[in-house]
Design a protein around this ligand. Sequence first.
Ligand SMILES: Cc1cc2nc3c(=O)[nH]c(=O)nc-3n(C[C@H](O)[C@H](O)[C@H](O)COP(=O)(O)O)c2cc1C
Length: 154
Amino acid sequence: MVEVLVLYYSRTGRTEALAKAIVEGVESVEGASAKVKRVDYATVNDFISCDAVAFGSPNYFSYMAGVMKDFFDKALSMRERVAGKPSVAFTSGGGSSNSALLSLERMISSFRLEKVADGVVSQGEPSEENLRACKKLGETLAKRALERAEVPKD
Ligand SMILES: Cc1cc2nc3c(=O)[nH]c(=O)nc-3n(C[C@H](O)[C@H](O)[C@H](O)COP(=O)(O)O)c2cc1C
């Protein structure tokens, strides 16, 4: 069984709705389970112990939410322990800018995680299409985590 961490922040529920769609996609894959956590209740240990991770944040001033950035700051010293984990990102904004997504994807790169697919940018209330895209993202992430778990480590 692989565990996919869905780590997100949300104040007014939009990013949370996207996170739930990611969870649905993860759990549609046999052998994968999702652990969903709002980032202010998560620990660096959640990051270390998972097999893959999806990061979700609202767009705040063209960047990820501060609480999400703070999580990455705290995790920096554990960078070696999370390197290589499959990862994706998703964001919600009042506008259509992909700047918050890019900020999360830069973290994926800084932590040397494996970006497995382009992320989702949702504008306003998540549409059916946004939710479908997140579900697909969760499914793709879980499949990659399973593949990686099957390769013996030396
Ligand atoms: C402090 C703050 C800053 C924001 N800055 C932006 C921004 O720069 N660009 C944008 O498109 N939306 C911005 N928004 C709007 C939110 O990103 C948007 O309402 C989002 O869907 C909220 O997600 P949530 O429901 O998960 O909290 C901002 C909202 C807040 C509260």
